[in-house]
Design a protein around this ligand. Structure first.
Ligand SMILES: NC(=O)c1ccc[n+]([C@@H]2O[C@H](COP(=O)([O-])OP(=O)(O)OC[C@H]3O[C@@H](n4cnc5c(N)ncnc54)[C@H](OP(=O)(O)O)[C@@H]3O)[C@@H](O)[C@H]2O)c1
Length: 342
């Protein structure tokens, strides 16, 4: 990615540490290279796994160099098109993700490969749409492409009240699965409203309390062996989270299980194709999936968003309204995105 003088703003950190390391800084305005588009970002999602990365817990796994940006997904308007890009034009309302394992969408502008971008779903506000690209493509990949979930199967979503979980509950229910959700107490009503038939508080539920299920979608990363034992004979466990307290050990255990229990223990690092980003837009347009927004914060409140994720109890996703600075917009109750693209 080339750069030109002319400052724009982005959230960065130049050392690992508490949320206070996140600062809004002036950076050169990016210029799209060949195959890239320049997007003026309206909204950027705040990932549930990002506080652990900012703390440096995963530095030996990810090997990211400092300074680092934050944010994987974005929605906004195309304001520049590099050579060789077809199918996207200046003015298009788009959404997408940064390159695989890269961060930096919490910024006024991003230049990214056109393969990571598609037209945004119509009928959804571009700030609210930013809640979905990474968690939505992850949930679709987990349930549809990897687990191949079928109508009538029993699905357990562990971590159901968060970003990935609130999409997985909606998708699982729409595909005809019987959904059991393990979630924090603040999200119980929300998760039931999204389509879960049984909702259990994770603080008072043991793995042995769970009836056998055909698919476990794990978004927590601990106690995987205990949840694997809740699977039926044809069951599959999709393990997407790494225990942040022991990331190396947990990552190795997940990789080992994936290798020796093929077909039954599944794991992946989300890296969606352009078709999968478009498939997600289709699910939003046909009403299968809606963004679940915990709250919308201003660019200079990204650190507060990380603090809230660390405290727990966030319902759905926090989204940064990148064009907004100053005091927080009043948090709204979790809701579906509804208004048309501005
Ligand atoms: N492999 C991949 O490609 C991929 C892609 C996306 C995300 N991920 C990972 O998946 C995880 C979830 O991501 P996210 O964005 O959905 O995070 P999130 O929004 O923070 O959601 C996590 C949810 O888990 C709940 N939770 C915490 N402890 C729990 C427990 N013991 N049992 C059941 N639920 C529990 C939390 O509820 P309370 O806060 O109310 O306790 C929260 O609602 C992260 O580790 C992330 O890094 C992996």
């Amino acid at each position: 990615m080339a750069t030109l003088p002319g400052a724009v703003h982005a959230v960065r950190y130049d050392r690992y540490g508490p949320p206070e390391v996140l600062r809004v800084v002036a950076v050169p305005r990016p210029v799209p290279d060949r195959g890239e588009v320049l997007v003026e970002v309206h909204g950027s999602g705040v990932g549930g796994g990002e506080p652990a990365i900012r703390q440096g817990r995963l530095r030996r796994v990810l090997r990211n160099r400092l300074p680092q940006g934050v944010g994987v997904d974005f929605a906004g308007r195309v304001v520049g098109v590099g050579e060789g890009v077809n199918g996207l034009a200046t003015g298009d309302a788009v959404w997408g993700l940064m390159e695989h394992l890269a961060f930096g969408s919490t910024a006024e502008f991003v230049a990214v490969s056109a393969a990571r971008v598609s037209l945004a779903p119509s009928g959804v506000d571009l700030v609210e749409a930013a809640a979905l690209p990474s968690v939505g493509t992850t949930a679709v990949a987990a349930l549809v492409h990897r687990a191949g979930i079928r109508a009538g199967e029993r699905l357990l979503v562990r971590g159901a009240g968060g970003g990935v979980g609130t999409v997985a509950v909606q998708l699982g229910a729409a595909l005809g699965a019987q959904v059991t959700a393990l979630t924090g107490s603040r999200s119980v009503d929300l998760v039931r409203e999204l389509g879960a038939q049984v909702v259990l508080d994770h603080r008072t539920t043991r793995p042995s309390d769970i009836e056998p299920v055909d698919v476990v979608l794990d978004l927590v990363g601990t106690d995987l062996a205990a949840y694997r034992r809740r699977l039926t004979d044809r069951g599959r466990l999709v393990a997407l989270a790494v225990d942040p307290v022991r990331p190396l050990r947990a990552g190795l255990a997940i990789a080992w299980n994936g290798a020796v229990r093929r077909g039954r223990f599944l794991t992946f690092s989300n890296d969606p194709s352009p078709e999968h980003i478009m498939q997600l837009a289709g699910y939003v347009e046909d009403g299968t999936i809606r963004p679940v927004i915990d709250s919308v914060v201003a660019l200079d409140e990204t650190a507060e968003a990380h603090r809230r994720l660390e405290r727990g109890g966030v319902r759905g996703r926090i989204v940064v309204d990148v064009r907004h600075r100053g005091r927080a917009k009043r948090p709204r109750p979790p809701t579906a995105g509804g208004s048309t693209n501005p």
